[in-house]
Design a protein around this ligand. Structure first.
Ligand SMILES: [Zn+2]
Length: 205
């Protein structure tokens, strides 16, 4: 029998640039990781609620585990829902192309990032079945962006110097807490009330 959810799936706040959790390399997920299905479900709810995001990594909701999802929608497209557990890049392929990217953890900034056109990646689904799949175009770009988050790397760290200079000031403002208004739940970095992993674990129980 299916267990009924006692409460609607809770939207989680998204960590903002400046939070050290976004700089950590994530740890591998084991099949017995407590609450994994619930975490992924909440990540999907959180991503959908942003109405602009098409990918979300676990560290962005304060959990430093090697996992990201695709899904959500923006004004351009509806992304197919997908979860990537313990992703591992097998190969980057094709040419490198520059295109605009933004990040839910870095509100108000859009910049042109160079990425590989194709990516072959190994990952596990929620039932821990192994997959090896080739992605291209927009999906490949989003995957490279989210994969970077699991390494503790944000998109602005992939910019050329010229592109970085254009957004440097905005980035500094975000880091000191001057965050542009957004229509989704955020958790800005403030040393006094930084969301820790313990606190987030409490949210998830
Ligand atoms: Zn991002």
């Amino acid at each position: 029998m299916e267990k009924k959810l006692s409460q609607p799936t809770k939207i989680l706040s998204i960590l903002i640039e400046g939070n050290p959790i976004l700089r950590q390399k994530c740890v591998e997920v084991t099949p017995d990781y407590t609450g994994l299905k619930s975490i992924v479900e909440r990540m999907h709810t959180t991503l959908d609620a942003t109405k602009i995001g098409v990918g979300l990594s676990a560290p962005q909701i304060g959990i430093s585990i090697n996992l990201f999802i695709l899904g959500g929608t923006n004004e351009m497209r509806l992304m197919q829902r997908k979860v990537f557990i313990n992703p591992e890049v097998i190969k980057f392929k094709g040419a490198r192309r520059k295109d605009f990217e933004s990040c839910l953890s870095v509100p108000g900034i859009t910049a042109r990032v160079e990425r590989w056109q194709k990516i072959k990646i190994k990952y596990y689904d929620l039932d821990f079945n192994e997959h090896i799949e080739l992605f291209k175009g927009f999906e490949a770009r989003v995957i490279q962006h989210e994969y970077d988050h699991t390494l503790g790397v944000s998109f602005h760290e992939r910019l050329t110097k010229d592109e970085y200079i254009k957004i440097e000031k905005q980035l500094q403002e975000i880091r000191i807490g001057n965050i542009p208004e957004v229509d989704y739940l955020i958790n800005s970095y403030d040393k006094k009330r930084i969301i820790g992993e313990k606190e987030r674990e409490g949210d998830l129980l």
